[in-house]
Write a protein that binds this ligand. Structure first.
Ligand code: HEM
Length: 418
């Protein structure tokens, strides 16, 4: 929760009038109101590597330009992902260890063990299942009345896919959504207001119990799912002896496969509604869908940014960064950098070079599920366009309060069949 006695509230400030050194882009409220753009525009122009001396999360650097972010990502020896990748330090109650917050060589070993689940052959197997499930979700939507797209489509779709990946009991699948939201939605981790830290800790203990049980089941009866893969792979078969590591990797996959894709599905509908000429282009030529999917992921930037920690004193584009300083790479800003992306505030379904964005990160930690996410979004849009001339947004979307996830809590729509 923002302590307004100690910290100047950014929401009340003019991004172009406030003193540069007072800018603090860590405040979750900014993203809840989609009010970050002016602050980042100013930083990219006047102070692209910016020091905030005092925030809710202590002092931190913000890297705001596309190429500078890529530079930090590529120099992983100098900018470590340990101990964690959110601007908030990990609360003691969640001592997770997952490979997104590890450096090589440990990172590489764990990533290699989980990677096969998103290998091209597995994705090809998943595609028809996802298509069938998307179709069913869309066919059951009410016509002629408003409903919440986030609840009925975006959450349902991503949660079904996750349940499939883990072979998690299908009727209990909403627990996966809840555990993901609980992990990222508490005030001590993201400035969020989804859940209290106490309730989060209870939820995660429940998550742990479920997945430890599933592990033991899969040891004796393996299937073609992620837990069986971990329980039987040479490199990870002993992971259960370090439960926090096992749970950390599970939570990483739940969040990775949940919040991000979910918010891209919602963001795409919003982007097309805000840009009717682009919606027309898409209606005229649905073969634009794969390109549009990349543009949606850039435009939405579902993960706002990632944190690194400097391993030694170093100069970063003219600024003196000290050992152990927190360095935030703001993808949400890099994706609007007009030195790299032409007309970056616009949403263009036929944008050239649309895959050149930062939403999946860069370098050794680049999103492991990027092809899966793209496939899921492509299939979703193919099926949506077959059925509906328009998914019309009929109310203002409610955005998530978070400094990790750029997402939506709800968005009212009406669907209009062809
Ligand atoms: C890592 C974004 C979907 C699994 C990441 C990172 C980002 C990201 C920004 C960190 C990159 C870095 O530090 O350089 C997204 C977005 C998605 C998405 C925008 C959807 C639009 C998925 C899906 C899965 C997944 C569907 C898997 C089921 C992972 C994993 C990592 C990761 C395991 C850690 C990789 C590592 O540390 O080596 N993702 N992600 N993501 N993502 Fe995704």
């Amino acid at each position: 929760m923002l302590d307004t006695v100690k910290h100047l509230r950014m929401l009340d400030q003019d991004p172009f009038g406030i003193a540069l050194d007072k800018i603090d882009v860590s405040q979750a409220e900014l993203y809840e109101h989609d009010a970050q753009w002016g602050f980042f525009e100013r930083l990219r122009k006047e102070d692209p590597v910016h020091y905030c001396a005092d925030s809710e999360y202590g002092p931190f650097w913000s890297v705001t330009k596309f190429n500078d972010i890529a530079h930090v990502e590529k120099n992983h020896q100098l900018f470590s992902s340990e101990p964690t990748i959110t601007i908030a330090d990990l609360p003691e109650a969640i001592p997770f260890q997952s490979f997104i917050q590890m450096d090589p060589p440990k990172h590489d070993v764990h990533r290699a063990a989980v990677q096969p689940v998103v290998a091209p052959a597995n994705l090809a197997k998943l595609e028809p299942i996802i298509r069938e499930r998307v179709g069913k979700i869309l066919d059951e939507l009410p016509v002629g009345e408003s409903f919440d797209w986030v609840e009925r489509v975006s959450i349902e779709l991503t949660t079904q896919m996750l349940a499939t990946l883990f072979d998690f009991p299908f009727e209990e699948r909403r627990k996966l959504t809840f555990w993901s939201d609980a992990t990222t939605g508490a005030p001590d981790i993201s400035g969020g207001d989804f859940i209290t830290p106490e309730d989060r800790d209870v939820a995660l203990a429940d998550c742990g119990e479920h997945f430890v049980r599933l592990w033991h089941q899969r040891v004796s009866k393996p299937g073609n799912d992620l837990i069986s893969m971990l329980a039987h792979s040479e490199r990870t078969r002993n992971m259960i002896d370090s439960p926090m590591e096992y749970l950390g990797n599970i939570i990483l996959l739940i969040i990775g496969g949940n919040d991000t894709t979910r918010n891209s599905i919602t963001g795409g509908v919003l982007a097309l509604n805000q840009n009717p000429a682009e919606y027309d282009k898409l209606r005229r030529d649905p073969t634009l869908i794969p390109n549009m999917v990349s543009e949606i992921i850039r435009w939405q930037t579902p993960i706002l940014g990632m944190r690194r920690r400097a391993m030694q004193d170093t100069e970063l584009f003219g600024k003196q960064v000290r050992r152990h300083d927190k360095v935030m790479m703001w993808y949400v800003s890099g994706n609007r950098d007009d030195e790299v992306i032409a007309d970056p505030m616009s949403f263009k379904v036929d944008r050239e070079n649309a895959r050149h964005h930062l939403s999946f990160g860069f370098g050794i930690h680049r999103c492991m599920g990027n092809r899966l996410a793209e496939m899921q979004l492509r299939v979703s849009w193919e099926e949506i366009m077959k059925r509906f001339r328009m998914v019309e947004v009929v109310g203002n979307p409610v955005r998530a309060k978070s400094n990790i996830i750029r997402g939506y809590r709800s968005m009212q729509v009406q669907v209009h069949p062809w």
